[in-house]
Design a protein around this ligand. Structure first.
Ligand SMILES: [Zn+2]
Length: 422
C-alpha cells in the first residue's frame, strides 16, 4: 500500500470512528443540538455538522425541533431516526420460538412468538420453524425499505458464542448443534452476521440496558424462568461469561440431593424446584389445561394468575413454594456475587407478586450478609420478551460500531458503481 492510500485509509477509519462516536452519544444521552454534541464529544463544530449530515444521508439520524433554553444561538435537535436499519433477535426455548425486531433507536417494531414443543422434534425441524418466522420478519423489514444488520439467536443451553454452536442444551435434547451455520444456510447465507448466544445472557443485556441512563444497574443477576432456569450475570456493567463462556448455569446448582431428576440427567438441580414444570406440577393435575404445550406460555400463566386471584389454595400454595425455592437459591447467588439486584425474568415476571413475599423472606434468612448485602429483588419489565430484545440489541450494535454499514440514500462519490445502492 502506498503512503497516500495508507493516509486515505487512516482518514476513513477516523471518520468511521467519529460517526460511531456521535451515533452512540445520541443513543446513550438522548437528542441534543450539534453545539452540545461538539462540546460533549470534544469534536469541533464543523466536524460534527459534517458527521451529522452524513448520518442523515444514511438515514440514521434526523434533525427536529429547535433546542430551547440553551446558551448561545439555539440549534436544531439531532436525534436517532428509526427507519433505515433494523436488527433481529430470536429465541429458541423448550416450549416456544420467538422473534423480535428493533429499529435504530432500539424500539421494538415486531415481537412475535409461537408455541412449539421443541424437545419433541429434531433440532433441524426447530430451526426450520425459526427460519419461517425469521423469513416473515425479514420480508417485512425489506418491504419497509430498511436493511437488516444482523440476526442473533438466544438458545437455552451452553453456547459457544464465538462459533455460534450449541454445545449442550439438555432441556432441548441438543448437543453439538452448529446453530449459526445451519441458520445462515437456511437464510441463504446473508451478508449480515448470524450469531448465537445463551438466552439468559441476552436477557441480562436487555435488562441492564433497559434500566435507563438515570438508573444504571451495573451489578445484577437476571434469573430467567422457563422449563429450565438460566442466569445472566452483569458485573461492573459487563456481562460475566467465565472461562469458556458458560457462566450463569444457575439452574443446575444442586439444591436437593433427594429431589427430582433434572433435564440434565442429574438429581435435585435448582430448576427442578423453581422451573416451570415444578410450578405447574404443584399447581394442577396432569390433565389440566395449564400443562397443554399447545397453549402459549403467557396464556397458561394468565390462567394461574386468575386462579390465584380467585383465592384457589392449591395455586397460591404452589406459587408460594416456588417463591421459597427462589429465595433459597437467590441467597447462594447473593453470597457469591453480592449483586445490587436480582431481576426475576421469564415466566416469573408474570406471576412474581405471588412469589415475592416468600422469596424475600427466604433470601434475607439465607444470605450471610445483613439485609442480603443490599440486594433488591426486581421484577423484569420485559418479562418473556427480554431474550429476543437483548438478542436484537446485540445485533443492532453493528450499526453503532460502524454506521457506514448502512448505505447512503443518495449515491455519493465514495460509493462504487457496483455498490448496490438502490
Ligand atoms: Zn440440571
Amino acid at each position: 500500500m502506498g503512503e497516500r492510500s495508507a493516509r486515505a485509509g487512516d482518514q476513513m477509519a477516523l471518520r468511521r470512528h467519529n460517526l460511531s462516536m456521535v451515533l452512540r452519544h445520541l443513543r446513550d444521552h438522548g437528542p441534543r443540538s450539534r453545539a452540545r454534541l461538539a462540546a460533549e464529544t470534544g469534536l469541533n463544530k464543523a466536524t460534527v455538522s459534517s458527521l451529522v449530515a452524513e448520518l442523515t444521508t444514511r438515514g440514521l439520524v434526523r434533525s427536529g425541533a429547535v433546542e430551547r433554553g440553551a446558551i448561545g444561538r439555539p440549534g436544531q435537535i439531532v436525534e436517532l431516526a428509526g427507519t433505515a436499519a433494523c436488527a433481529v433477535g430470536a429465541e429458541v426455548n423448550v416450549d416456544h420460538v420467538a422473534v423480535s425486531v428493533v429499529d435504530v433507536r432500539g424500539e421494538p417494531v415486531v415481537e412475535r412468538g409461537v408455541p412449539l414443543d421443541a424437545s419433541a422434534v429434531p433440532a433441524g425441524e426447530v430451526l426450520d420453524h425459526l427460519t419461517r418466522e425469521l423469513a416473515g420478519v425479514l420480508d417485512e423489514i425489506t418491504a419497509a425499505g430498511a436493511s437488516c444488520v444482523g440476526v442473533t439467536v438466544g438458545v437455552a443451553g451452553l453456547v459457544d458464542s464465538r462459533t455460534g454452536a450449541v454445545e449442550s442444551a439438555p432441556n432441548l435434547g441438543w448437543s453439538d448443534v452448529p446453530v449459526a451455520q445451519l441458520l445462515a444456510e437456511r437464510l441463504g447465507r446473508p451478508s449480515y452476521p448470524v450469531r448465537v448466544d445463551n438466552e439468559a445472557s441476552l436477557a441480562a443485556i436487555a435488562e441492564a440496558r433497559s434500566a435507563g441512563p438515570d438508573t444504571p444497574v451495573t451489578d445484577l443477576v437476571v434469573v430467567v424462568g422457563g422449563v429450565g432456569v438460566g442466569g445472566g450475570i452483569v458485573s461492573h456493567g459487563q456481562l460475566l461469561r467465565g472461562h469458556q463462556g458458560f457462566a450463569g448455569e444457575i439452574g443446575h446448582i444442586r439444591v436437593d440431593p433427594n429431589g427430582r431428576q433434572c433435564g440434565c440427567g442429574r438429581i435435585g438441580c435448582w430448576e427442578t424446584v423453581v422451573g416451570l414444570r415444578a410450578l405447574l406440577a404443584a399447581a394442577a393435575d396432569p390433565d389440566d389445561q395449564v400443562h397443554d404445550p399447545r397453549l402459549g406460555i403467557d396464556e397458561r400463566l394468565a390462567e394461574l394468575d386468575r386462579r390465584a386471584r380467585l383465592g384457589d389454595a392449591r395455586t397460591i400454595s404452589a406459587l408460594h413454594e416456588v417463591g421459597r425455592g427462589l429465595g433459597a437459591g437467590a441467597a447462594v447467588l447473593v453470597d457469591v456475587l453480592n449483586p445490587a439486584a436480582i431481576v426475576l425474568g421469564g415466566y416469573y415476571a408474570t406471576v412474581a407478586p405471588w412469589m415475592l413475599p416468600a422469596m424475600e423472606a427466604e433470601l434475607a434468612a439465607g444470605a450471610i450478609a445483613p439485609r442480603a448485602g443490599g440486594c433488591r429483588v426486581q421484577v423484569s419489565r420485559l418479562g418473556l420478551g427480554a431474550v429476543t430484545r437483548g438478542a436484537a440489541l446485540v445485533s443492532l450494535d453493528a450499526v453503532f460500531d460502524d454506521p457506514t454499514r448502512i448505505a447512503t440514500a443518495v449515491p455519493t462519490r465514495t460509493v462504487e458503481p457496483t455498490g448496490g445502492v438502490s
